[in-house]
Ligand binder design. Structure first.
Ligand code: NAI
Ligand code: MG
Length: 492
């Protein structure tokens, strides 16, 4: 069986504890690899390696242009390795090869984009308001950054953090999810192949409490970028507050996908389906609250049930599959729990609602695409993130209702609007409190477009030009070129 060690200072390092844990294939349920179980000693080693790489040596000496070139080289290697990385992701997290294939191919664009951006961060010369002074600003990297990722899209969510972090000149310790560590460990080998010096990127595996928490608390870690649950995000934010350390947090959501009577009906149906059943609903941007205008509600629901009911459930490695397994056992149980919660609160199950096992289906982690109707926005199924193939359908009457219900939630990651009225599209985009609004599309992301949350969905932005500044700090330099022995007891 494959055995994975940590990756520290450019090499494979066994865990200080000497112990490993299993990782399974969510489709077959079979354990296929063992992964190093990290602890604080491993954290100390990895952070020390990253600190040494930041403070001296080849990386620290590189000019931004040279750093950028290394990232572009990495992009080429990632493109070459995309099919292998996609298979690895599917084996470990059970998502569809159709989706992971596209995702790993697209991954390269983050490294290419931020490679290009590395030498385009410019400071300013300020028109100093006193004589004899030259005042300019420059952007400097933060130091060692901790990048903590979840299991749903391990390499993509790593790229969103690592590409800008490296472009900015930082060094990193990566901590992937305990459920899906393999792809990140294979990925850091490619970083070595690209010629990025040893110690610049290190990868530690293990559990949140045992590795994640001590990594965040480590005095030499200058910043954390995290994607995951709002629970862990809050813990990380609290720990960061103790050190006055900046964070980027992406904490999921309960996004409204809003369909008006004037929408292209069939396009909206497909948009609603892609919002919740793609990726088995295991996505932070899931359109898990479907708001449908009452005049088309019944017709829309009928068509939705028809299309979702025909989805092919099964082997994620088959290009024919639409809905794969739930990635982790605790997540499977969480989804079942929320089905019961929805029923308890009075929602009406109109499709699915139970585990799926069909002929030729391996494993035991499937849940039928599930639709709840008669949902009101105060129900737990409408307020809490499930992260599974469970859709809540809520009827609304007017545009004002749609805005009120859409915004009546602690989260604010994304929102969808389906309408053929351009004025309405603009009004809704202005009024919805979410970091991303999609009109007549859903689940679109790009390396060049900023992504992040309003409200409890997080802090900071990933992707786009803003993202590099999440990993930089500004210095203001004052040079007196006409010296004077002025009165030292008043401000200069
Ligand atoms: P999690 O938030 O516990 O784990 C995400 C990462 O954080 C993992 O690498 C984990 O080891 C690490 N971690 C956990 N506690 C930590 C701590 N105190 N300090 C530092 N690192 C820590 O998420 P989990 O348990 O995998 O999934 C639970 C729920 O989170 C899901 O049901 C879903 O609702 C949500 N989730 C949201 C995601 C998103 O994209 N926003 C992605 C995955 C899960
Ligand atoms: Mg796994």
């Amino acid at each position: 069986m494959k055995k994975y060690n940590h990756f520290i200072n450019g090499g494979s390092v066994p865990p200080a504890s000497g112990t490993y844990f299993d990782t399974d294939n969510p489709y077959t349920g079979e354990v296929w690899a063992q992964v190093a179980r990290g602890n604080t000693q491993d954290v100390d080693r990895a952070v020390a390696a990253a600190k040494a790489a930041f403070e001296g040596g080849d990386w620290a000496a590189l000019r931004p242009t040279a750093r950028g070139k290394l990232l572009v080289r990495l992009a080429e290697i990632v493109e070459r390795e995309a099919p292998r990385l996609a298979e690895l992701e599917v084996r470990d997290n059970g998502k569809l090869i159709a989706e992971m294939g596209a995702q790993t191919k697209y991954l390269a664009e983050w490294y290419r984009y931020f490679g290009g951006l590395a030498d385009k961060v410019e400071g300013a010369v300020l028109p100093a308001d006193r004589p004899g002074i030259f005042n300019y600003t420059k952007h400097e990297p933060l130091g060692v950054v901790a990048l903590i990722t979840p299991w749903n899209s391990p390499l993509l969510l790593l790229a969103w953090k690592l590409a800008p972090a490296l472009a900015a000149g930082n060094t990193a310790v990566v901590k992937p999810s305990e459920f899906t560590s393999a792809s990140s460990l294979e990925f850091v080998e490619l970083i070595k192949e690209a010629g990025i010096p040893d110690g610049v990127v290190n990868c530690l595996t293990g559990f949140g409490q045992e590795v994640g928490a001590p990594l965040v608390e480590h005095p030499d870690v200058a910043k954390v970028a995290f994607t995951g649950s709002d629970f862990a995000g809050q813990k990380i934010y609290e720990a960061a507050a103790k050190k006055i350390m900046p964070v980027t947090l992406e904490l999921g959501g309960k996004s409204p996908n809003i369909v008006f009577e004037d929408a292209d009906f069939e396009a909206a149906v497909m948009g609603a389906i892609s919002g919740i059943f793609a990726a088995t609903g295991q996505t932070c941007i899931a359109g898990s609250r479907l708001l449908v205008q009452r005049s088309i509600h019944d017709k829309f629901l009928k068509r939705l049930i028809e299309v979702a009911g025909e989805a092919t459930i099964g082997d994620p490695m088959s290009m024919e599959t639409h809905v794969g397994p739930v990635t982790t056992k605790p997540q499977f149980e969480k989804v079942l729990h929320y089905i019961n919660v929805a029923i308890e609160d009075g929602a009406k199950c109109v499709l699915g609602g139970k585990p799926f096992s069909g002929e030729g289906i391996k494993g035991t982690r499937f849940i039928e695409p599930t639709i709840f109707a008669n949902v009101t926005n105060d129900m737990r199924i409408a307020q809490q993130e499930v992260f599974g193939p469970i859709l809540s359908v809520i009827a609304f009457d007017t545009e004002e209702d749609a805005i009120r219900i859409g915004n009546d939630i602690d989260f604010g990651l994304a929102a969808g609007v389906w309408t053929s009225n351009i004025g309405r599209a603009m009004r809704m985009s202005d009024q919805l409190k979410a970091g991303t609004v999609w009109v007549n599309t859903y689940r679109a992301v790009s390396f060049m477009s900023p992504f992040g949350g309003y409200k409890r969905s997080g802090q900071g932005r990933e992707s786009g030009q803003d993202a590099i500044h999440e990993f930089l700090q500004v210095k203001s330099v004052w040079i007196a070129h006409e010296t004077s022995a002025a009165n030292p007891f008043i401000m200069r």
